[in-house]
Design a protein around this ligand. Structure first.
Ligand SMILES: NC(=O)c1ccc[n+]([C@@H]2O[C@H](COP(=O)([O-])OP(=O)(O)OC[C@H]3O[C@@H](n4cnc5c(N)ncnc54)[C@H](O)[C@@H]3O)[C@@H](O)[C@H]2O)c1
Ligand SMILES: O=c1ccn([C@@H]2O[C@H](COP(=O)(O)OP(=O)(O)O[C@H]3O[C@H](CO)[C@@H](O)[C@H](O)[C@H]3O)[C@@H](O)[C@H]2O)c(=O)[nH]1
Length: 466
C-alpha cells in the first residue's frame, strides 16, 4: 500500500491554497508544497503578516499561521516540488476559452497541459496525479497520453478529485465536506492510487463521506453539481420576476417550496444573479461538451440557466434607470458591494461588474464601496469588459474606503453583495445625506425594507411587488 509522505500542488489560487492548507493542518506527517508561477502570489502567501495572504476566507489565515513553515510551504520552484512529490495535485485555472474553436464556451486547458508536460519532463519517480481543477469529462485520457509518452519509465496514475468548496465558507467546507469525490481507473494500480488518496482524506473526513467512482463519473459530477446548483438560482430568479408583477413574495415562495423535503431549502435565495468564477464557466463548458457530442437538446436545456442569469443582471440594472425617471446621466449612485458574494475578496463574474457597466453606459456617476475589494481590482474588472477606456472608467467611478462619506447628494443606493455590515448601517443618517426622493435598490433582499420605507426611502427589492 502506497503511503503518501510528500504532496505537491501546482496552483496556489482560491482552491490550491485553502485545500492544501487543510491537508497540511490535518496531516502533520505529510509535507505539502504549494507552487505557482505567479511570484507575487507566492510572496503574499509567504508574507510575514499572515493577514496579507492573497485570499480572504474566514479562518484561513489562522490555519496558515499554524501550518506554514511546519509542513506547508509555498514556493515558485515547481520542478523541485514535482521531483520530491509522491502525489501531485493540479489546481491551476481552467477559464473559458477566449480564442479559436470553442471560444466563449469550452474550458481552456492550456494551463493543465503545461503542467502535464512539465511533470513529464521533470519526474524521475512514480507519481499519482490528481486532477483538482474542474475539467471536461475525459480530460484524464489526454493527461495520460502526454505523461505516458515520455518513455522514461516513470509510472503515472491519474485520479479525479474535484473540489466542491464554496468561497466565503472554504475553511468550514473543507473541514466538514458533504462528500469527497475520488475517481480512479478500474485497474489494480488505479485502485491502489485511489486508496492512497482516500487515506489522506480519512485523516479527518468520515469514511462514508469519501465516495469513489470511475474517473469519468467523477469529472462529470463536478460540472453536473455546479449546473444543478446554478439551475436552482436561475429557477428562483425566474420566479422572482413573476413575483414582482403579481405581489407574490419570492422569499415566501422559496420558504414554501423549500419545506418540501424533495426540493430542500438551500440555494433558493433570489438575487441580482449568480457570479463567481465557476458557475458560468462550468455550465458553458457542459453546454459545449453536449454540443460536441451532437446532443443539442441537452445543450439548449443547460444554456437556458445562463440566459436567465444574464437576463436577471440586465433587468435589475434597467429597473434602476427606469425608476430614476428614465435617466441616470450625471446622477450619483452609490454601489454597496463588489465581490460576487459576501466573505470573499473574489470578484470574478460578479453581478456588480455588469450592473455598474450598464449604469456607466447610461452616464451615471458611480461611487463604490466593498469591505474587502481594492480599488485596483474594481478598475481592472471594468477595464476587462472593454466597454470604455480605463481613463473613462476612472472619470465616472470613485472607490471609497468609508461608505458613510459616499452618500452625500446621491440619488440612489444599490446593494449588490450581501455583506452583513450593510445591515448595521445608520440608514436614517444615510437618508438625510441623500437627495430626495432617495432610492434604494436591494439586489440581495438583505435589508429591512419596512424600516427603510418608514425612514422615507423609495425601495425596490428583487422578487417583491412594490
Ligand atoms: N474558486 C473556487 O471556488 C473553485 C472551487 C472548486 C473548483 N474550482 C476549480 O479549481 C481550479 C482552480 O481555480 P482557482 O479559483 O483556484 O483559480 P486561480 O486562478 O485562483 O488559481 C490558479 C493558479 O494556478 C497558477 N498556474 C497556472 N498555470 C500554472 C503552471 N503551469 N504552473 C504553476 N502555476 C500555474 C496561476 O498562476 C494561479 O495562481 C479551476 O479549474 C476551478 O474551476 C474553483
Ligand atoms: O441561493 C443562492 C445561492 C447562491 N447565489 C449566488 O450564486 C453565486 C455562487 O455562490 P456559491 O455557490 O455559494 O459560491 P461559489 O464559490 O461560486 O461555489 C460554487 O462553485 C464552486 C466552484 O466550482 C463549487 O465548488 C461550489 O460547490 C459551488 O457552490 C454567488 O454569486 C451567490 O450570491 C444566489 O444568488 N442564491
Amino acid at each position: 500500500m502506497k503511503v503518501i509522505k510528500n504532496i505537491c500542488c501546482i496552483g496556489a489560487g482560491y482552491v490550491g491554497g485553502p485545500t492544501m492548507t487543510m491537508i497540511a493542518a490535518k496531516c502533520p506527517h505529510i509535507e505539502v508544497n504549494v507552487v505557482d508561477i505567479n511570484s507575487e502570489r507566492i510572496a503574499a502567501w509567504n508574507d510575514i503578516n499572515v493577514d496579507n495572504i492573497p485570499i480572504y476566507e474566514p479562518g484561513l489565515s489562522e490555519l496558515v499561521a499554524e501550518t506554514r513553515g511546519r509542513n506547508l510551504f509555498f514556493s515558485t520552484d515547481v520542478d523541485k516540488a514535482i521531483q520530491a512529490a509522491d502525489m501531485i495535485f493540479i489546481s491551476v485555472n481552467t477559464p473559458t476559452k477566449t480564442y479559436g474553436v470553442g471560444k466563449g464556451m469550452a474550458a481552456d486547458l492550456k494551463y493543465i497541459e503545461l503542467c502535464a508536460r512539465q511533470i513529464a519532463a521533470v519526474a524521475t519517480t512514480d507519481k499519482i496525479i490528481v486532477e483538482k481543477s474542474t475539467l471536461p469529462v475525459r480530460t484524464a485520457e489526454a493527461l495520460k497520453r502526454i505523461l505516458d509518452n515520455t518513455g522514461n519509465g516513470v509510472n503515472y496514475e491519474i485520479l479525479s478529485n474535484p473540489e466542491f468548496l464554496a468561497e466565503g465558507t472554504a475553511v468550514s467546507d473543507l473541514l466538514n465536506p458533504d462528500r469527497v469525490l475520488i475517481g480512479g481507473e478500474e485497474t489494480e494500480s488505479g485502485r491502489l492510487a485511489q486508496q492512497a488518496l482516500v487515506d489522506v482524506y480519512a485523516n479527518w473526513v468520515p469514511k462514508d463521506r469519501i465516495l469513489t467512482t470511475n474517473v469519468w463519473s467523477s469529472e462529470l459530477s463536478k460540472l453536473t453539481a455546479n449546473a444543478f446548483l446554478a439551475q436552482r438560482v436561475s429557477s428562483i430568479n425566474a420566479i422572482s420576476e413573476l413575483c414582482e408583477v403579481t405581489e407574490a413574495d419570492v422569499d415566501e415562495v422559496a420558504r414554501a417550496i423549500g419545506a418540501d423535503s424533495r426540493i430542500g431549502s438551500k440555494f433558493l435565495k433570489a438575487s441580482v444573479g449568480f457570479g463567481g468564477s465557476c458557475f458560468q464557466k462550468d455550465i458553458l463548458n457542459l453546454v459545449y461538451i453536449a454540443q460536441s457530442y451532437g446532443l443539442h437538446e441537452v445543450a439548449d436545456y443547460w444554456e437556458q440557466v445562463i440566459i436567465m442569469n444574464d437576463h436577471q443582471k440586465r433587468r435589475f440594472a434597467k429597473k434602476i434607470v427606469e425608476t430614476l425617471f428614465n435617466t441616470v446621466s450625471g446622477k450619483k449612485i452609490v454601489i454597496l458591494g463588489w465581490a460576487f458574494k459576501k466573505d470573499t475578496n473574489d470578484t470574478r463574474e460578479s453581478a456588480a461588474i455588469y450592473v455598474v457597466d450598464y449604469l456607466l453606459s447610461e452616464q451615471a456617476e458611480i461611487i463604490i464601496y466593498d469591505p474587502k475589494v481594492s480599488a485596483e481590482r474594481i478598475f481592472s474588472d471594468l477595464e476587462y469588459l472593454n466597454t470604455r477606456t480605463n481613463k473613462e472608467n476612472r472619470e465616472l467611478v470613485t472607490v471609497v474606503e468609508n461608505p458613510m462619506l459616499a452618500f452625500a447628494d446621491s440619488h440612489a443606493a444599490v446593494v449588490l453583495t450581501e455583506w452583513d455590515e450593510f445591515k448595521s448601517y445608520d440608514w436614517k443618517q444615510i437618508y438625510a445625506a441623500m437627495l430626495k426622493p432617495a432610492f434604494l435598490f436591494d439586489g440581495r433582499m438583505l435589508l429591512n425594507h419596512n424600516q427603510l420605507v418608514d425612514i422615507g426611502f423609495q425601495t425596490f427589492t428583487i422578487g417583491k411587488g412594490q
